[in-house]
Design a protein around this ligand. Sequence first.
Ligand code: NAI
Length: 208
Amino acid sequence: MRYSKIPDEAVRRLPIYLRGLLICSEQGLQNVSSRKLSELLRISPPQIRKDLSYFGAFGTPGVGYNTTKLAKQIRGILRIDTTNKAALVGLGNLGSALLRYPGFSAYGLQISAVFDNDSVKIGKIAKKVKVEDVSNLSALTKRGITLAIIAVPADAAQEVADALVKAGIRGILNFAPFYLDVPKKVKVITIDIAMVLARLPYYLPAGA
Ligand code: NAI
């Protein structure tokens, strides 16, 4: 771990700051204050300053942050300053949508391998990537692939995760509604859309 005792929440907000800085750059802003970033991102200026302070001293009092420089520094902290190759497992409805999504490249992510267990899909080319048989999933690190996305049904998620760990993957983005059991050295982030949706009505005004 390069940084210690940094709250996950601060790390979670770093890509949000990066996105804000990219928007500011597109608007031609060379410098941006934490107040301006705050208005854009709906995160308070003290929170922005505190989060960034965990990683070093950034910005100049009275001037703000240099948008290009801070964006570069955040990319370095997140290790997305080079391309991170990812394997996608499960080319169904969700997997196909993820493969088509162009927005990952701005954050250094490239889906460079696709695996499935459906013989109809295996061997086909999807978005210039050949669909491979999941039973041949091995030695991904030799191919420069360090991350993986799981988009298979919940009952297949653990066996896929086990194969990914065996293949050397150290970071998994899991879309299956299943709590994966993996060694500590492997970081799993689960995005369970149903769990997020289930919270939303709670915030609706009474009678809405
Ligand atoms: P899907 O049924 O359309 O696709 C699943 C794909 O995984 C298929 O191509 C299937 O052949 C493949 N597969 C099944 N077992 C496999 C295995 N052992 N190894 C490799 N590939 C295997 O399902 P969908 O809708 O794409 O969902 C995928 C996962 O994402 C599910 O866990 C689902 O609960 C979750 N999810 C889906 C959402 C959606 O909007 N489609 C939203 C949120 C979560």
